[in-house]
Design a protein around this ligand. Structure first.
Ligand code: SAH
Ligand code: SF4
Length: 355
């Protein structure tokens, strides 16, 4: 059977090259250089390989990147890509510019099973985990499409990355491996809704990453209302896992906190959050709530906190010496902002002529 080349780790590449292609191991470095650095996905374009090796590579392996079926560009330069996988599953990725730097926000699952009440992805339902090649394919295809390297990758698209840990970590190994994509450790971020055992695994993972935890509420009653996963991993378990991560890695964790009007924006909750996270030395990202374009039936209708309310909440954080930043909204006009990705098949792209 032909090998799905993007699913291979560096070690697996070497084995594939020696055992299947019957070539010396260093050929793996050459091939990975073509695929990951130069974005040449067809063996015929790998010009420093012999004709017979190119032919063998073509017959023994394939690179299948997601098919791009849509692209939208925001007035702030943010782009949203819609991909279709082999089984017609659709997911979205977002590409953001910050000056000369670019960040790709990729999906780890088609939909998300965790059904957070404020999130368009969660409300749209869940299809399946993405494979390692589907995750890498989003990133590499965007690089190929843009004709330049992307500087950062964040797992903040559709899905919960720590529910698809094996494929997410395998894709990160490939991205960070110096013979493959060679992306710096500080340039990879995982955002999680708080899968406590997964956070512990990240603490022990060999590639140093950045970790963001979506907190959104500092007590179990409110958090369980917003994020059903909190019933499985309540705040006590989440905080324990974060402390383990902090002790193992000495890395600062970012807390994400979406501001929803009248729900979690009372400054009193800032004090509760400070008490909960005491000793963790976190950095807080305040995200003004982005309303989804379509609200599913029965889902609560939320609104964004007013600027005055956000200021008041942040003043409380500042008074408690907690560092924070209010995240600038990107791509909201094309539904590319945090929590707005919802393409699953019934996507906003289908039947739309806007791109
Ligand atoms: N499943 C992971 C990563 C994807 S969501 C997680 O939940 O962390 C990326 C971020 O967007 C999370 O912090 C999430 O809570 C936030 N988010 C979800 N819906 C949002 C919305 N409607 N407005 C603003 N942020 C939202
Ligand atoms: Fe899933 Fe994250 Fe959305 Fe919650 S916020 S439903 S975990 S993608």
């Amino acid at each position: 059977m032909e090998m799905d080349a993007l699913s291979l780790s560096y070690e697996e590449w070497k084995t594939f090259v020696t055992d299947v292609l019957k070539e010396p191991r260093f050929r793996a470095d050459q091939i990975c250089g073509w695929v990951y650095a130069k974005k040449v996905f067809e063996a015929s374009g790998m010009t420093n390989l012999s004709k017979s090796l190119r032919d063998k590579l073509t017959s023994e392996s394939f690179i299948k990147t997601p098919i791009q079926v849509g692209e939208k560009k925001s007035k702030d330069g943010t782009r949203k890509f819609l991909w279709q996988m082999d089984d017609a599953c659709r997911v979205e990725s977002v590409l953001m510019n910050h000056g000369s730097h670019t960040t790709a926000c990729v999906s780890s699952q088609a939909g998300c099973p965790l059904a957070c009440t404020f999130c368009a992805t969660g409300q749209a339902g869940y299809a399946r985990n993405l494979t390692t090649s589907e995750i890498l394919g989003q990133f590499l295809t965007m690089e190929r499409r843009m004709g330049r390297d992307i500087n950062n990758i964040v797992f903040m698209g559709m899905g919960e990355p720590l529910l698809n840990e094996e494929n997410v970590l395998k894709s990160i190994r490939a991205l960070s491996n110096e013979k493959m994509r060679n992306l710096g450790a500080r340039h990879i971020t995982i955002s999680t809704s708080g899968i406590a055992p997964g956070i512990r695994d990240l603490a022990d993972f060999e590639v140093p990453l950045r970790l963001s935890v979506s907190l959104h509420a500092p007590n179990d009653a409110l958090r369980s209302r917003l994020m059903p996963i909190n019933k499985r991993y309540p705040l006590s378990a989440l905080v324990e896992a974060m402390k383990y991560y902090k002790n193992r890695t000495c890395e600062r964790i970012t807390i994400e906190y979406v501001m929803i009007d009248g729900v979690n924006d009372d400054p009193q909750l800032a004090f509760e959050m400070a008490a909960l996270l005491d000793g963790l030395d976190v950095y807080v990202n305040i995200i003004p709530y982005n309303p989804p374009l379509a609200i599913s039936q029965g889902a609560p209708v939320y609104a964004r906190s007013s600027d005055a309310k956000i200021k008041e909440f942040c003043a409380a954080l500042g008074g408690l010496s907690i560092e924070f930043e209010i995240r600038r909204e990107r791509g909201a006009d094309i539904a590319a902002a945090c929590g707005q990705l919802a393409a699953m098949g019934r996507s906003s792209f289908i039947g739309s002529a806007h791109y």
